[in-house]
Design a binder for this molecule. Structure first.
Ligand SMILES: Cc1cc2nc3c(=O)[nH]c(=O)nc-3n(C[C@H](O)[C@H](O)[C@H](O)COP(=O)(O)OP(=O)(O)OC[C@H]3O[C@@H](n4cnc5c(N)ncnc54)[C@H](O)[C@@H]3O)c2cc1C
Length: 445
């Protein structure tokens, strides 16, 4: 008898009668989500082909992100406050969220969906769901680290939100305390407590209202992680095909028949689409409309030494909406949201905003930086209308999705990879809320 993957009353396409036989799975997309899924599929004994159009894995959204795996910071962007501010951000270069007027006509449908999910109760619901997935991912990440032994400048010393404004700190403290029942530990600190955790902030002591430390958060270089994992995949027998672009997915509502690339036609038993912002265009010809919009973000990476002015604890500057993370001998500053379609151009004005806002916390370090050694980066996050990722079975029986992790792809990667791999292989997944992340929630049937 077919059984339902997530234990809910499901339509036919969400059921599986698959056993534990080894299958050939084609994974499209070699960023964090695709590569992590490939790993868990391989672990389960399946044959895996991982495809990516770039010469190297993690060359797009997963190349230079903020580097924090932050279960304590997994709220969606949708919120009553953001809904109120959205129009004020149209065309404002220095704002943390920038809406380019030229994109507005293209994002009406998505924008209305996004606004619909800005109600307080939707925000709280998705925050709890994302937090649970992040916590599930933290455990899967620890297992993956132990199983592979890969190095990626990983660090497990937590993360710290810092505030200049007392009211913002109080509000964040209430929000952090509300996460405690879910298993998120946090400690609110005054300015001295913040400096005790992170002495590199000493120069800004006078302006600090305090901070919140999340001791169980982690950090690491996502790109290094993906590339190292890709190497392990190859060692363990997966076929990792880079520099090969998928031009179309052949099939119809009864199933995918093959994947057509610029070099080949590849057939598998099942297919996982983890192509980030390009996922919607690849499934549109099959009749699926994924409510996902690209949101550009920027980062800068700077070489650093062991000076006392270099932070060790990953920092989240809430007012400026930037994160500052040490990754070995580099410092990453990342942030901003720009709705500008598929334009991946690195605009220096936006780079400058991220760098200036991040370094405003670290004036001593800023004064001795060599501007020629700053590496700027921009890439697109795939954001769903409700702020939760899109994971699992699609209405097409042998096609599964792992996309729309938005600003939390590093945090979700191992958890989402495990959930999707379980569902592809027909196992009941250990993440009990997986059904709520299914594309079924958008009524795609
Ligand atoms: C500035 C910034 C800071 C961030 N900071 C954090 C953070 O601190 N913590 C956190 O948890 N998350 C963070 N994120 C989010 C995180 O980086 C992303 O959610 C994550 O990298 C997305 O991974 P992905 O695999 O879905 O997409 P991608 O990494 O974009 O991977 C998709 C892959 O699909 C491939 N592809 C696409 N189309 C095709 C095709 N037709 N044929 C073949 N291959 C194809 C692409 O080449 C690409 O490699 C940040 C994002 C940004 C932009």
């Amino acid at each position: 008898m077919p059984r339902c993957i997530d234990g809910h009353q499901c339509p036919e396409w969400d059921r599986t009668e698959y056993g534990e036989t080894a299958l050939h799975i084609v994974v499209i997309g070699g960023g964090l989500m695709g590569t992590a899924t490939a790993w868990f599929l391989l672990e389960a004994g399946h044959e895996v082909t991982l495809l990516d159009r770039n010469p190297e894995l993690a060359a797009e959204g997963s190349y230079a992100n903020g580097g924090i795996l932050h279960a304590g910071h997994a709220a969606p962007w949708n919120s009553p406050a953001v809904a109120g501010q959205l129009l004020r951000w149209v065309g404002r270069e220095a704002s943390p969220l920038l809406l380019r007027p030229g994109r507005l006509p293209w994002m009406t449908r998505w924008g209305l969906g996004f606004l619909r999910h800005c109600r307080a109760r939707d925000h709280e619901y998705v925050k709890a769901l994302n937090t649970r997935l992040a916590l599930y991912g933290r455990d899967r990440m620890a297992e993956l680290r132990a199983a592979t032994g890969i190095e990626y400048d990983g660090d497990q010393r937590g993360s710290m939100k810092i505030f200049r404004d007392r009211a913002a700190l109080d509000a964040a403290q209430s929000a952090a305390e509300a996460l405690e029942p879910l298993g998120i530990r946090s400690r609110t600190l005054d300015a001295d407590g913040v400096l005790e955790q992170e002495p590199a902030l000493a120069d800004t002591r006078a302006s600090l209202a305090g901070g919140i430390h999340f001791p169980d958060d982690e950090s690491g270089d996502a790109c290094r992680f993906v590339r190292e994992l890709g190497r392990v995949l190859v060692e363990r027998g997966a076929s990792v095909r880079t520099g090969e672009s998928v031009s179309r997915i052949e099939g119809d509502r009864s199933g995918v028949r093959s994947v057509v690339t610029d070099r080949d036609i590849i057939q598998g038993d099942r297919y996982v689409l983890a192509a980030g912002v390009d996922a919607p265009a690849l499934v549109r010809p099959l009749g699926l409309r994924l409510p996902i919009e690209p949101a550009k973000g920027y980062s800068v990476t700077l070489p650093v030494d062991d000076g006392a002015d270099v932070p060790r604890v990953p920092l989240i500057d809430e007012a400026h909406r930037v994160v500052i993370t040490r990754l070995g001998d580099r410092l990453r500053i990342a942030g901003t949201v720009e709705f500008t379609g598929f334009d991946r151009t690195i605009r220096l004005s936006r780079v400058e905003v991220v760098q200036r806002q991040g370094l405003s916390n670290l004036p001593s370090l800023a004064s001795r930086l060599d501007p020629d050694k700053v590496e700027p980066w921009a890439c697109l996050r795939a954001v769903s209308i409700d702020g939760a990722p899109v994971l699992g079975a699609s209405p097409i029986p042998n096609l599964f999705l792992n996309t729309a992790p938005g600003h939390l792809g590093w945090t979700f990667a191992a958890g989402a990879g495990q959930v999707v791999a379980d569902q592809v292989g027909g196992r009941v997944t250990g993440f009990d809320r997986a059904g709520e992340l299914s594309p079924r929630r958008f009524g795609l049937i």
